[in-house]
Design a protein around this ligand. Structure first.
Ligand code: B1M
Length: 212
């Protein structure tokens, strides 16, 4: 028998319908959307990563789990956004860097930022440097740029974006937060970003500090 709670196991197994049923049951029981994510669903995706690393899961199983996770996020996102209040805490442009299509973590970060009152312009996945710069130019005043990368080869895109922001003369009003599983503080410092966060809650705390 699995040691994981039923909802976590359903994410690992990629059974979308069951995930939705269990998420709805948790909501009815009064569990907060934040707790559903942090205590049940994210641990499921982390286990999927472990199984992939151990060679037990391949792309189809990982995609099934990701799809199940995304289906549930559609229910949870509006609930989290509702708690954001009406005064904007600041403007954020966020995206996964060029060549990288992982978006579950980036979406969670965007979702919690919205839930904390930030206005979020999510550019999606595999976003080119030019697209980031265009989005930053389109907005005046202070902006937080959030860059996500999940695979080591695409980490190299991050210093290129930081440099492009500098070259475009935008660095004074644009703070840069980088994140994703392979990113740490040392890397963030090395590429001249303003900081990193290990998870979505940490990203919100950092965003508040950077745009204060
Ligand atoms: Co891929 N993948 N994947 N994958 N995948 C990883 C990242 C990997 C670690 C798996 C493994 O081998 N154990 C490995 C990378 C190894 C490396 O380079 N170091 C890997 C690989 C190799 C690949 C492919 C190359 C596989 C292949 O094709 N042979 C390929 C790459 C495609 C590409 O991008 N060009 C690939 C493809 C895929 C899928 C499409 C099948 C799917 C993505 C689906 C999707 O996102 N829509 C997928 C998945 C799901 C994963 C794992 C299993 C799970 C990622 C995830 O969603 N985690 C992942 C294993 C792992 O990370 N342990 C893996 C859950 C999520 C909540 O966490 O994304 O870390 P995470 O986000 C966290 C924090 O990192 C942080 O907060 C988030 C919330 O807590 N955070 C930020 C993230 N962004 C942030 C930004 C911030 C601040 C914090 O500020 C802006």
């Amino acid at each position: 028998m699995s040691d994981f709670p039923e909802l976590t196991q359903a994410v690992i197994d990629g059974v979308g319908k069951k995930v939705l049923e269990l998420v709805n049951a948790e909501l009815e029981a009064g569990t907060t959307p934040q707790s559903i994510l942090a205590d049940y669903m994210i641990p499921g995706m982390l286990e999927v990563g472990n199984l992939m690393q151990e060679g037990e899961y391949f792309i189809p199983e990982v995609l099934r789990a990701a799809k199940a996770m995304k289906g549930a996020l559609e229910i949870l996102e509006p609930l989290i956004a509702e708690s954001g209040g009406t005064d904007s805490a600041g403007y954020v442009v966020i995206g996964t860097v060029d060549g990288d299509i992982h978006d579950i973590g980036k979406n969670l970060v965007g979702m919690l930022l919205k839930g904390s009152g930030f206005e979020v312009n999510d550019l999606g996945v595999s976003v080119t440097t030019d697209t980031f710069i265009e989005a930053l130019r389109a907005r005046s005043g202070p902006v937080l740029l959030g860059l996500s990368a999940l695979i080591t080869p695409t980490m190299d895109e991050m210093p290129a974006v930081v440099k492009a922001v500098e070259d475009a003369g935008l660095r004074e009003r644009v703070k840069i937060m980088v994140g994703g599983a392979p990113i740490d503080q040392e890397f963030a410092d090395e590429i001249g970003a303003d900081g990193t966060a290990e998870d979505a809650a940490g990203a919100v705390a950092l965003a508040k500090r950077l745009l204060a």
